[in-house]
Ligand binder design. Structure first.
Ligand code: C2O
Ligand code: CU
Length: 427
């Protein structure tokens, strides 16, 4: 793949169907999909359908929901897409290396009544650590990345290329689906000269609103925007990522063609119909504390590994530096941190005791984000991944209505590998 473009050499990648991102899978809400994984890597893999409420056996978690798919083997995934929205797929086996080498792709489930827009565009944001010769640095899973912010690269791509321009026309209305497929990088985007409206988060509709600052996407998160092209023909504006202080850069330029599409973008409303997600009963919900611990500048001194208390030094020798509720997880099979009766409502109170950001992902379910540091969220948004700031406490709620063992983990893939994962069991 030519990620960086001429005159740099091409980058050897791992890819789905030879392309990065992998093919955009597009289906209509309520349709069944069948996707055959044919593993031609030289190591085991699986595919996880991030955010899609699939049956447990289709969730793609090695050992927990299926055997890993070995080199030369195939596995057929088949499920119904209950929810419309922007989803994505990626391996769940050594994902810090497999995703970091290019294995990810978009899964778009169209509403039965799609938003009337001129164009429906996906931007998959990728982050790469490249050497001078444009090859991928193979220092995956090194202890420094694992114990700090994760593998943050030096090259950001949009749909697999270092993008220079995104062409548009005056008067155009664009639905822009942003997907953060990076291992660890958080994006904080601003569209100079434009006022995009957020219409969905992690695929699920929110009341359309202006973001009020940067559009923040932690790893694995999605934001759907309606972007109205309100400027004059021939003009040019920057899209900037300024999430990390002092490391601001231009993602790409919006470049207007010389001929307008029409005088002004349509001003029809941009509300999406809700997805059929069951609303938790907050009064009856069971509460669970989920405490995130460890990492550099953390206070953790020991954690349990396979039931035994191990001090931080010995943990570190095994590459484990993170824990949830005092447990540093190895592999994908865990003693569940909670047992949930099918159909019951649950509140997880997630407390981040660490000095780092953690995008916490729950498999098989979609949750409400109820509050942050005790303050109710303005939109009580549905998400499958919630970005938790250092020292922040976030409450989420959901109905445990999908039977099976489901992972809860940090989507900074190095943090996940370093122990920040667990599971809940829905009986
Ligand atoms: Cu997108 Cu368990 O992952
Ligand atoms: Cu994390």
């Amino acid at each position: 793949m030519s990620l960086v473009g001429a005159p740099h050499p091409a980058t050897p990648v791992w890819a789905y169907n030879g392309q990065v991102p992998g093919p955009e899978i597009r289906v209509r809400q309520g349709e069944r999909v069948r996707i055959v994984l044919d593993n031609r890597l030289s190591e085991d893999t699986t595919v996880h359908w991030h955010g899609v409420r699939v049956p447990n056996a289709m969730d793609g978690v090695p050992h927990l929901t299926q055997p890993p798919v070995g080199p030369g083997e195939t596995f057929s995934y088949e499920f119904e897409c209950l929810d419309a929205g922007t989803f994505w797929y990626h391996p769940h086996r050594r994902s810090f290396a497999q995703v970091g080498r290019g294995l990810y792709g978009p899964l778009i489930v169209e509403e039965r009544e799609p938003l009337p827009v001129d164009r429906d565009v996906t931007w998959m944001l990728g982050d790469w650590r490249l050497r001078k010769d444009a090859s991928i640095s193979d220092d995956f899973g090194n202890l420094h990345d694992v114990s700090h912010a994760g593998r943050i690269g030096n090259t950001v791509t949009v749909n697999g290329v270092v993008s220079d321009v995104f062409g548009a026309r005056s008067g155009e209305r664009i639905r822009l689906r942003l997907v953060n497929a990076a291992n660890a990088r958080v994006f904080g985007l601003t569209f100079e000269g434009h006022r995009p409206q957020v219409v969905a988060l992690d695929g699920h509709p929110v009341p359309p609103h202006e973001p009020g600052g940067r559009i923040v996407l932690g790893p694995a998160m999605r934001v759907d925007l309606v972007l109205d092209m309100v400027a004059r023909p021939g003009s040019r504006f920057k899209v900037v990522d300024s999430f990390y202080k002092g490391l601001e850069y231009r993602l790409l330029d919006l470049v207007y063609a010389d001929t307008p599409l029409r005088d002004a973008p349509p001003d029809r409303p941009v509300n999406l119909a809700p997805n059929p997600v069951a609303e938790p009963d907050l009064a009856a919900a069971q509460r669970h504390e989920v405490v995130l611990q460890g990492g550099m500048m953390g206070m953790m001194t020991a954690a349990r590994i396979h039931g035994e208390v191990v001090d931080l030094r010995a943990m570190t020798r095994q590459g484990l530096v993170w824990a949830i509720n005092g447990v540093a997880a190895v592999g994908h099979v865990h003693e569940p941190m909670a047992m949930m009766e099918r159909g019951s409502s649950h509140i997880l109170a997630v407390t981040n005791e660490t000095a780092w950001w953690h995008p916490m992902h729950l498999h098989g379910h979609t949750f409400w984000v109820l509050s942050r540091n005790g303050q109710p969220t303005p939109h009580r948004e549905w998400q499958d991944t919630v970005l938790v700031a250092p020292r922040e406490r976030v409450e989420i709620a959901f109905v445990a209505d999908n039977a099976g063992d489901w992972m809860v983990h940090c989507h900074v893939l190095e943090h996940q590998a370093g122990g920040m994962m667990g599971a809940v069991r829905v009986l």
